[in-house]
Design a protein around this ligand. Structure first.
Ligand SMILES: [Zn+2]
Length: 244
C-alpha cells in the first residue's frame, strides 16, 4: 500500500510498507504534516529525494536526520555542498540507485537536475517530475526559458520517450501544473497523460494558485477516465504566490 501526502509546493511524503519517501522538501504544511510523518515513521526507512537545487525545492534540514538516505541530484550536491557520505547517492540522468527497498531511475529534466521514477519491490511505480515540464511560455519566453518554444517542446517530448523506455504506465505521478504558463498550463500535463498511462495524478508547483489549477484540470479529467486526479494540495491553504 502506498499513501501520497501532499505537503507544500512540490513536496510530498510518500508512505510505503517499509519506507517514507520525502520529495523536494522546501517548507512543511501549516499543520506540520511532514514533521508528524517523520516523527511517527517507526522503523520505516526515511529518504529525502532532491530533484534539483532551486530554492523552492530544497531545505538544508534534510541533513539533520542521521538515519535518512539522501538521494540527491548532482546540482544539489554541488550547489548546496552535500557530498557523500552525507549524500547516500548523487544522481545524474540515466543513473540508477538501488537498495533493499526500492530502485530509483534518475531521468532527464527540461530544467536543471533530474526527475525520478521509483519502483518498489511489489512493482508499484512512482514518478516525481521535479521541474521537468513542457515550459511553454508563449509570452515573455525569453525571460523564462533559454531556448525556443520548439526546442523546449522537443526536449520535453524526448524526456517522455525516455520514461517510456522504462515503463509505459506509472501508478503515482507528481507533476507541475504551473499557472504562470497561462493557457499552456496543461500542455505538458496532457502530453504526459497521452503517452504514459497514469493511475493517480497529483498536481504540484502551483504557487498556491489552486483555484486556477483545479478549474483547468476539471474538464481534462473526462479525457483520461482511467486516471484519478488528486487535488488534496488545494486544501492546504498555501498563500498564493505571484511571481513575474
Ligand atoms: Zn521550482
Amino acid at each position: 500500500m502506498v499513501k501520497i501526502n501532499y505537503i507544500y509546493h512540490s513536496c510530498f511524503a510518500v508512505e510505503t510498507d517499509n519506507s517514507l519517501l520525502v520529495y523536494d522538501y522546501w517548507k512543511d504544511s501549516q499543520d506540520m504534516k511532514l514533521h508528524t510523518l517523520i516523527e511517527s515513521r517507526g522503523d520505516k526507512q526515511l529518504y529525502f529525494i532532491e530533484s534539483h537545487f532551486h530554492e523552492d525545492h530544497f531545505n538544508p534540514e534534510i541533513q539533520a536526520y542521521a538515519d535518512a538516505r539522501l538521494l540527491i541530484s548532482y546540482d544539489t550536491s554541488k550547489r548546496r555542498r552535500i557530498k557523500p557520505p552525507v549524500a547516500t547517492a548523487v544522481l545524474r540522468p540515466a543513473d540508477i540507485y538501488e537498495d533493499e527497498y526500492l530502485k530509483l531511475y534518475a531521468l532527464r529534466s527540461t530544467d536543471v537536475g533530474i526527475a525520478s521514477l521509483v519502483s518498489l519491490s511489489d512493482g508499484t511505480t512512482i514518478y516525481h517530475a521535479g521541474d521537468n515540464n513542457n515550459w511553454y511560455f508563449p509570452e515573455n519566453e525569453e525571460e523564462h526559458i533559454r531556448c525556443s518554444l520548439d526546442e523546449m517542446e522537443g526536449m520535453f517530448l524526448s524526456n517522455l520517450k525516455e520514461v517510456r523506455t522504462i515503463t509505459k504506465a506509472v501508478d503515482y505521478v507528481m507533476f507541475p501544473v504551473d499557472p504562470r504558463l497561462g493557457n499552456e498550463m496543461l500542455r505538458g500535463v496532457c502530453q504526459w497523460l497521452q503517452q504514459i498511462q497514469t493511475g493517480h495524478f497529483y498536481p504540484m508547483h502551483c504557487w498556491g494558485r489552486w483555484d486556477e489549477v483545479v478549474s483547468e484540470l476539471e474538464p481534462v479529467k473526462d479525457l483520461f477516465p482511467e486516471t484519478e486526479f488528486d487535488y488534496s494540495g488545494a486544501q492546504c491553504k498555501e498563500e498564493p504566490v505571484f511571481l513575474e
